[in-house]
Design a binder for this molecule. Structure first.
Ligand SMILES: Nc1ncnc2c1ncn2[C@@H]1O[C@H](COP(=O)(O)OP(=O)(O)OP(=O)(O)O)[C@@H](O)[C@H]1O
Ligand SMILES: [Mg+2]
Length: 144
């Protein structure tokens, strides 16, 4: 067997082991976010209606002992507006989108969507009403 074919065979054979190790790592080694059982008030069930995003001076870090990765970021997205976010690798584009879903919690500043501070929105509501297509996009086929 040529060394390339042997390397390819080893790679295929190791893939299920790697996947299992990764599932194990994700389920045991990663700190879980606090549980959030909050419910939406009936008056807020239709939120958001316009899509007016206001970001005021937010800062964020990936952990208490990690460096700050967003520093005083402010911008406004008007309803219906299409906006591109450009910047060098590592400048914080993905971190901003994570802050919108609170998978990255802000340490300062405020984000409001249609006037509602997202810090007060139940996580299930927030994450089910905002769609985020990740950078490494994965399309899951629905039912035919
Ligand atoms: N999960 C994480 N844990 C710790 N630090 C992180 C994590 N994700 C990103 N960072 C750090 O946050 C900073 C901003 O990264 P971010 O991924 O938001 O940049 P980006 O602009 O989206 O980059 P790219 O163009 O490469 O996607 C970088 O310094 C990065 O190393
Ligand atoms: Mg990114």
């Amino acid at each position: 067997m040529s060394s390339i074919v042997r390397a390819a065979a080893l790679f295929v054979a190791h893939r299920p082991v790697n996947s299992t190790a990764r599932v194990f790592e994700y389920s045991t080694d990663i700190e879980q976010e606090p549980r959030d059982d909050a419910q939406d008030a009936p008056s807020e069930r239709e939120w958001p209606t316009e899509g007016h995003v206001q970001v005021d001076g937010i800062a964020a870090r990936y952990g208490p002992d990690k460096p700050e990765v967003l520093h005083e970021v402010s911008f406004e997205l008007k309803p219906g507006q299409s906006v591109g976010c450009c910047g060098p690798s590592g400048s914080g584009k993905s971190s901003i989108s994570q802050a919108l879903l609170r998978t990255l919690e802000t340490t300062r500043g405020k984000i409001t969507i249609d006037g509602r501070d997202i810090a007060d929105v139940p996580l299930e509501t927030l994450r089910s009403r905002i769609t985020l297509i990740p950078q490494g996009a994965l399309a899951v086929r629905g039912r035919d």
